[in-house]
Design a protein around this ligand. Structure first.
Ligand code: PLP
Length: 471
C-alpha cells in the first residue's frame, strides 16, 4: 500500500519529530486515508522514507497503539484498528469562538471605582499574611498530602468558632461550621438540606446574586419588602416564605440596621411554624462606625432556626475565597447524612494561614486598623459629596459596612447616570440591579463603596460623578 505523505518540520528537535509523526498518522487514520485493518508501513521503512530515527517512529507507533488507533500482530507489523468513521472531527468543525463569547484580554479602563465589592490590597497586611502562611506550611505541611475534612480542617473551625463567639455572639461547636469557597456555594449546599418545597423569602432590594442562584436551583423565591428596620414582618407573614434570607447587621444594599425589636419578631416568626428558617448573611458586620454592632441573630436563637453565614471577603480579600456557614444541629444531622461525599472547596493552605492569622491576633488588629481607615474614608467621601452636590444629594445607610447609598434630585435616570459615568471611566452600581421582582424607586440611587478608595482619589471620583449626574 502507498505511503501517506508526511511533511515534517525538521527545524525542531528529535522529540518534536516523534510528535509530528504521531499527529499526522493519527489524522490520516481519522480521515480514513488508512482504513481499518490496513497494514502500516514498517517502522524501518517509514524511518528510512522520512529520514528520521527508528526511535522516533517507534515512539509514535507505540503511542498510537496505547491510544487504540493501532494494533500489532506478531511478526506482521502494525494495523489500523476498527474505528467507526467519525463524522465531526475536531479538525473539521468550525473552531472559531463566536465574537460575543470572546473575553477582553485587557480590562476596560477604569479610572476610578465606587464598587462595593472590592478591597484595597495596599491595606492588606501582606507581610504578616505571608509569615503566617510560611509558619503554617512549615509546621503542618503533611496536611497538604491529603484531602482534608469536607467541612474544613477541624482545628481551623475551632479557631473560627471561638472568634465568632467573641466577636459576634455566635454560639456553636466547631462541628457545626462548614467552610466553603463562597457564600453562594454554601447556600447551594444549604438548599439541599432544607425541604424541597421550601419557599425562599429574600429582601427587596437585596443581594441579586443570591436571588439568581436560588432561581437557577429551581427554588421558589419571593421578594419581600423592607423598611428602615430591615425586612417587614407583615410582608413576611403574608407571603408563603418559610426560609428567610436576611442581612440584619447591614441590610444589603440599603444599609438598614435591624433593631432588636425586629429581630425578636423575626425569631418569633421562625418559631411559630415547623420548618421555618432564617439564613443570617453577616457579610460585613465587622465594620461599625458609631456604635458597637448588634450581636448576631444566631446567638439569640434558642430553637435551631438560624443558619449563620459569614465571609472573609469583605474584612480581608474577596480573592481568598474563604466563607463559612454555621448549621443548627438538626441540619448538621442532615448534612452528615446527605452531603458527606463532598470534598472541601477551600484550599488547605488558605485555611491554615487564616487560622494562624486569627490566632496571632493579626486579624483583630487588621479589623481595628481598617475600621479606623474606612471610618475616615467614609467621612471624607461624604463631606466631599455634600460639598460638591449640596442639597441635590442625600446619603443613606452610612452607619456601618463598606458602602452607602446616595440619591440625587435630578431628572436624569439612574441608567443614564451609570452610562455617562462609565464613559468617563468611573465604575459604579445603581440600586436597580438589586430589585429582583419590583420596579426600582425614583429618584436615581447609587450604591457607593468606599473601602478601596483612597482619600487622594476622591476629588477626581466626585468630580466625575458630578459630571455624570449634571453635565
Ligand atoms: C460580599 C457579600 C457576601 C459574601 O460573598 P462571598 O461569596 O462569600 O465572597 C455575601 N452577601 C453579601 C450581601 C455580600 O455583599
Amino acid at each position: 500500500m502507498s505511503l501517506y505523505i508526511m511533511k515534517l518540520d525538521r527545524e525542531r528537535n528529535e522529540a518534536f519529530l516523534y510528535q509530528q509523526v504521531y499527529q499526522q498518522m493519527k489524522r490520516a487514520i481519522l480521515e480514513r486515508r488508512y482504513l481499518p485493518h490496513d497494514k502500516l508501513p514498517s517502522k524501518r521503512e517509514l524511518a528510512a522514507n522520512l529520514r528520521i530515527s527508528l526511535n522516533s517512529v517507534n515512539a509514535a507507533y507505540q503511542q498510537l497503539v496505547a491510544e487504540g488507533y493501532l494494533y500489532t500482530r506478531e511478526r506482521q507489523g502494525f494495523f489500523v484498528e476498527e474505528l467507526d468513521s467519525f463524522y465531526v472531527q475536531p479538525e473539521n468543525h468550525d473552531s472559531a469562538i463566536p465574537s460575543h463569547l470572546l473575553e477582553a484580554t485587557k480590562d476596560r479602563e477604569v479610572r476610578k471605582s465606587f464598587s462595593h465589592m472590592s478591597a484595597d490590597i495596599d491595606v492588606f497586611p501582606l507581610e504578616k499574611w505571608l509569615w503566617c502562611e510560611e509558619q503554617a506550611l512549615r509546621k503542618k505541611k503533611e496536611l497538604l498530602e491529603e484531602y482534608v475534612d469536607p467541612q474544613g480542617l477541624y482545628s481551623v473551625r475551632k479557631t473560627i468558632a471561638q472568634f465568632l463567639s467573641q466577636s459576634r455572639g455566635v454560639r456553636c461547636y466547631p462541628e457545626q461550621i462548614v467552610l466553603g469557597s463562597g457564600t453562594q456555594l454554601l447556600t447551594r449546599q444549604l438548599t439541599k438540606l432544607l425541604p424541597k418545597e421550601a419557599i425562599y423569602g429574600l429582601e427587596e432590594p437585596g443581594y441579586q446574586r443570591m436571588y439568581q442562584l436560588l432561581k437557577s436551583e429551581g427554588r421558589v423565591v419571593s421578594a419581600l419588602e423592607i423598611d428602615q428596620k430591615g425586612i417587614r414582618i407583615d410582608a413576611l407573614e403574608t407571603s408563603e416564605a418559610n426560609v428567610l434570607l436576611t442581612t440584619p447587621s447591614h441590610q444589603f444594599p440599603t444599609g438598614a440596621i435591624m433593631p432588636i425589636s425586629r429581630r425578636i419578631q423575626l425569631l418569633n416568626w421562625a418559631n411559630s411554624a415547623p420548618d421555618r428558617y432564617i439564613v443570617e448573611d453577616d457579610y460585613d458586620s465587622e465594620y461599625k462606625y458609631d456604635a458597637d454592632s448588634i450581636p448576631s441573630l444566631q446567638g439569640m436563637d434558642g430553637a435551631s432556626r438560624v443558619i449563620y453565614m459569614g465571609t472573609f471577603s469583605k474584612s480581608l480579600l474577596p480573592g481568598l475565597r474563604m466563607s463559612y456557614m454555621v448549621l443548627p444541629i438538626p441540619l448538621l444531622e442532615v448534612y452528615r447524612k446527605s452531603l458527606h461525599f463532598l470534598m472541601s472547596s477551600c484550599s488547605t493552605i488558605t485555611q491554615l494561614t487564616l487560622q494562624a492569622f486569627i490566632e496571632t491576633g493579626e486579624y483583630q488588629k487588621h479589623i481595628k486598623k481598617t475600621t479606623k481607615l474606612y471610618r475616615s474614608r467614609r467621612a471624607v467621601l461624604i463631606e466631599k459629596l455634600q460639598a460638591k452636590f449640596g442639597d441635590t444629594i442625600s446619603v443613606k445607610g452610612e452607619k456601618s459596612g463598606l458602602h452607602f447609598l446616595v440619591s440625587f434630585r435630578v431628572e436624569r435616570s439612574e441608567a443614564e447616570i451609570k452610562r455617562r459615568a462609565e464613559e468617563r471611566g468611573l465604575l459604579l452600581y445603581g440600586i436597580s440591579r438589586f430589585y429582583n421582582q419590583s420596579a426600582p424607586p425614583r429618584p436615581p440611587t447609587l450604591i457607593l463603596g468606599f473601602a478601596s478608595m483612597r482619600t487622594t482619589q476622591m476629588d477626581e471620583a466626585v468630580e466625575l460623578l458630578y459630571e455624570a449626574v449634571f453635565r
